[in-house]
Design a binder for this molecule. Structure first.
Ligand code: MLC
Length: 493
């Protein structure tokens, strides 16, 4: 079954119910279906063919969801771009994905590379409005690609993960069952829709269940409590940074919010056990922590009904096979024993079909018997709970965004003032981790402030090195690889 057929159950079954609130507007499922059909007709008029890509560079908004639904109906591959990306990062995605069009708004179009003529939402709106509200969705197979989601690669450059209709529907149906999602739920949604946490988990459980969503343009710590108190949600999906912000509530406010809530879910980065405990004291709820990745959507989750163990991500979800193998063995087949750290291997209907136009990276990502090598390290307890132990590579997780040191190092080294650079993540109470840079100057004319400005101009804000530390040389081993553990230790704050 493709996603249109699956969503139809909700569009027909819950037609008259309120589906979505955004700012001062609200929409029933019937409205949403009619509006997305208009978008689908517009895509067809613009000669989009199945398999074409529509790049979308927009903050959370209703047309983003409608354009996504239109892609699902027409077989166009929805290709979201992080709103914090700037010309250099966008340009890489455009070159790689070769979308037919980039949909954005006037304000954000300032960041779009000059070589691309964007399709502005302000101009699209009138054309879309003129289209018919009926559309016969294409009879796609479940293995047709639905999304192309860019994830940072270990080589430093973003790779496109191709997610099929089946991947999204497997994920949504498993979460609906395991987290008891119901049409009577109300979700406050502040996650960005350009990542699988917001798009795969929130949007897909919503459209397959028929609950009500209040969509926020973004999570803002200044207004989030008012949104909770006003909307009175029953479910909230967030990253640990959001939970850290929620810990600043007064006990009365936290209790008032908690009294209406059914489920808080955390993912995309590790949630420290101490934060889970503080949250439980304040809100009277145990956050349910789960584990996923862009390439797989969700894999492992703490139980809804059983023990939600602090610091652990729980047990494999139904239909998903997990193996833990010796991370140092090249063939990745030697399973580790209980209590030993191994690399997580994953198989299931949720696992992606491969990296966009990268057959070699795709081949390397899988074992010969078809398990995805996650690159994540974990241990399994005797009763089957998994606890993550970090990345095989040096990935930095800043506020739930992936930061690969290599990408920032490459950028720094492109600057004339920089001879060499190494980027590492250091602990940060709010963001989990933040990147800092060790830089070797290319001469006397080294100006830290202008290097910082240059980073600010060209990199997404979460990738900015919070500190730039000048060193005489980087400690390298005989193979030329930086020995990160020998860098002078630093604290941020
Ligand atoms: C952050 N910023 C945004 C933004 N989010 N700007 C526009 N839109 C957004 N959605 C910018 C701010 O403008 C600011 O920029 C900087 O980021 C920090 O903002 P802040 O207001 O101080 O935010 P904070 O309270 O710290 O919260 C940050 C956050 C953000 C939690 C809202 O980190 C976030 O949305 N994270 C979610 C990431 C995510 O969805 N990951 C899922 C990946 S999928 P400046 O320039 O002023 O510094 C995945 C798989 C899985 O990993 O398992 O889920």
């Amino acid at each position: 079954m493709n996603l249109s057929e699956l969503f139809d159950l909700t569009f027909k079954g819950c037609a008259g119910r309120t589906a979505l609130e955004f700012q001062s507007s609200s929409f029933t499922f019937r409205d949403l279906e009619a509006r997305s059909n208009r978008w689908a007709n517009e895509l067809r008029k613009k000669r989009f063919e199945p398999g074409d890509r529509l790049a979308v560079y927009l903050p959370n908004c209703v047309p983003l969801i409608e354009a996504f639904l239109a892609c699902v109906k027409t077989g166009v591959i929805f290709t979201p771009i992080n709103v914090l990306y700037r010309a250099r990062e966008i340009s890489h995605i455009l070159t790689d994905a070769e979308p037919r069009t980039l949909l954005t708004n006037r304000e954000m179009s300032a960041h779009v590379p000059d070589t691309t003529a964007p399709w502005l939402i302000e101009e699209a709106a009138a054309d879309v409005e003129r289209q018919a509200t009926e559309f016969a969705a294409l009879a796609l197979e479940g293995d047709a690609p639905a999304g192309l989601v860019y994830t940072s690669g270990t080589t430093g450059r973003s790779k496109g993960a191709v997610l099929t209709h089946d991947n999204f529907s497997a994920n949504a149906t498993v979460l609906n069952t395991c987290w008891r999602m119901s049409p009577d739920d109300r979700m406050l949604l502040g996650l960005p829709l350009f990542h699988v946490h917001g798009l795969g988990n929130a949007v897909h459980t919503w459209l397959t269940t028929g609950y009500r969503v209040r969509l926020l343009e973004r999570f803002r710590k200044e207004t989030i409590f008012d949104e909770f108190l006003d909307f009175q949600p029953t479910v909230f999906f967030g990253v640990p940074t959001m939970y850290e912000r929620l810990l600043s509530a007064s006990p009365d406010m936290a209790r008032a919010i908690g009294s209406r809530m059914r489920l808080f879910v955390s993912g995309s980065a590790p949630l420290p056990a101490a934060k889970l405990e503080r949250f439980r004291e304040l809100y009277g709820h145990t956050i349910l922590e789960r584990y996923g990745m862009s390439e797989t959507l969700m894999n492992i989750s703490n139980p809804y009904a059983g023990e939600r163990r602090p610091g652990s991500v729980g047990k494999p979800l139904p239909g998903i096979s997990i193996r833990l193998v010796d991370p140092s063995a090249a063939d990745a087949t030697q399973e580790v024993g209980e209590g030993e750290t191994g690399e997580l291997l994953i198989k299931g209907a949720n696992v992606f079909s491969g990296y966009w136009r990268q057959p070699e990276a795709t081949r390397d990502a899988f074992t010969p018997d078809g398990y995805l090598r996650s690159g994540d390290l974990a241990v399994r307890s005797s009763d089957g709970y998994y606890t993550l132990q970090g990345r095989k590579t040096e990935l930095i997780l800043c506020g739930g965004f992936n930061v690969y040191p290599r990408e920032i190092e490459e950028f720094l080294c492109e600057q004339p003032a920089v001879a060499d650079a190494a980027v590492v993540g250091i602990a940060d109470n709010v963001k989990g981790q933040v990147p800092i840079a060790y830089v070797v100057s290319a001469g006397e004319a080294f100006d830290e402030e202008s290097l910082r400005d240059c980073c600010r101009e060209h990199l997404a804000s979460f990738k900015l090195p919070r500190k730039i530390i000048r060193v005489d040389a980087l400690p390298r081993n005989a193979l030329g690889k930086v020995q990160r553990h020998l860098l002078p230790s630093e604290e941020y704050g």
